[in-house]
Design a protein around this ligand. Structure first.
Ligand code: GLA
Length: 397
């Protein structure tokens, strides 16, 4: 975690509360390398935590109140810990309260309150999970401060339990029906490692990205996905329609998720399925196969192959899942013309935000320069380009 962020959080705390912070915690953002819209379909994902993140600095207090400042937003947030109800208005504050709520639901009443300042450098609304980064950093801060549960060195089973708890906060308190990908990735990351997760069994594996690892270059189209928020839940419904079709044929025991189907089974039923649902399902099922192939490629030390699979994934998202946009296409085409490109795809929900590209590390600067040039020429928008590396998951500092 870059220390400027730590200093920014520390300084923001001191400025707001007039004291030095006693507790510091951090969590990274994440990118999905493969497995687009597979997580809530019980499928497979390949992701990494990235070296952009969130730092929280603060202190526990005896008052039963949370007071939070963020360097990214003008208005601080202040709330009564006893009076948290799901569905409250607000944006980042809702994530903060959602974490407190989920900890309280799981561990019982909090032991006191807290004052904290947040600094982060994960671009917001860009598909890099600034929200899960904030959630995980705050949860570790509250655990270490002794406000919720016990301070612990979190082992993997405890991290998985925390990932589920934070997902519950996002699903039930914030009201976003996301899968486990984001919270899992920001808690399980390791330097230079990819993470594969089976969202049905929750089995996971950390896989080396190679020696030297390729750079993970994130290109931000500077278009926001908030414009398309309802699309995420619509895609979920389209996937569920296909599940219902197979459940009617084979029973709910046999089919719970799209993951329980094979590409062959889908093709056999092709003419009986609705024309939208079947291509959405084809994306998800072929994407599961690409994750398996990507994990194989990494086990064989072949990151170039992973890059090709990412490009195949992007085509499938665009053509079958329908979650690209003209701006994301311009970014991908710009990357294809740039030096060192191994492959790339849209990241996260899609429709706007970022692409994630695998790039030969030695050529990452030239790649970034070329993408800036091509994309600006095509769209008159100057993209943000972040040269990232796979990073460690959430930790106390
Ligand atoms: C968003 C969600 C994730 C996942 C991706 C698409 O980032 O938060 O849970 O569904 O979209 O793969």
């Amino acid at each position: 975690m870059p220390s400027p962020l730590l200093e920014a959080a520390r300084a923001a705390y001191t400025q707001a509360f007039g004291l030095e912070p006693t507790i510091l915690a951090q969590a990274p953002g994440r990118v999905e390398l493969l497995g687009n819209h597979t997580d809530y379909n019980g499928g497979l994902v390949l992701a990494t935590a990235i070296d952009r993140g969130t730092v929280i600095a603060g202190r526990p207090t005896p008052e039963r109140e949370g007071q939070v400042h963020s360097t990214g937003f003008a208005d601080p947030d202040r709330f009564d810990l006893e009076a948290l109800e799901p569905g409250e208005p607000g944006t980042w504050g809702r994530y903060v309260r959602g974490v407190v709520w989920a900890l309280r639901e799981t561990h019982g009443p909090l032991q006191g309150g807290f004052q904290a300042a947040i600094a982060g450098d994960v671009p917001l609304g860009a598909g890099l999970s600034s929200s899960a980064s904030l959630q995980a950093a705050l949860a570790l801060f509250l655990l270490k401060a002794g406000v919720a549960g016990q301070a612990t060195d979190l082992d993997d089973p405890a991290r998985m339990a925390l990932a589920k708890l934070l997902r519950r906060g996002e699903n039930e308190f914030v009201g976003v029906q996301s899968g486990l990908l984001d919270q899992f990735s920001v808690l399980f990351g390791r330097a230079d490692m990819a993470l594969s997760l089976d969202c049905r069994s929750l089995e996971y594996e950390r896989l080396s990205l190679g020696t030297p690892p390729p750079a993970i270059v994130i290109c931000d189209s500077k278009t926001s996905r908030r414009l398309a928020d309802g699309m995420y839940n619509q895609r979920r419904a389209e996937c569920e329609r296909v599940v219902s079709f197979f459940q009617a044929k084979r029973g709910t025991e046999a089919v719970t998720w799209l993951r329980d189907l094979t590409v062959d089974e889908l093709e056999e039923a092709w003419s009986q399925l609705d024309t939208i649902g079947r291509i959405r399902a084809r994306h998800v099922l072929t994407e599961n196969e690409r994750v398996q192939q990507g994990a194989e490629a990494l086990r064989a030390g072949d990151s170039a192959r992973l890059g090709e699979l990412m490009s195949d994934s992007h085509s499938s998202s665009r053509d079958d899942f329908g979650n690209s946009s003209s701006y994301l296409e311009a970014l991908i085409e710009s990357a294809e013309e740039a030096p060192g490109y191994l492959g790339g795809k849209l990241s996260g929900a899609g429709w706007a935000g970022c692409t994630v590209n695998l790039v030969d590390a030695a050529q990452a600067d030239d790649f970034a320069e070329a993408v800036r040039h091509h994309y600006t020429k095509r769209t008159a928008i100057v993209p943000d380009v972040h040269i990232c590396h796979a990073a460690a998951g959430a930790s106390e500092l």
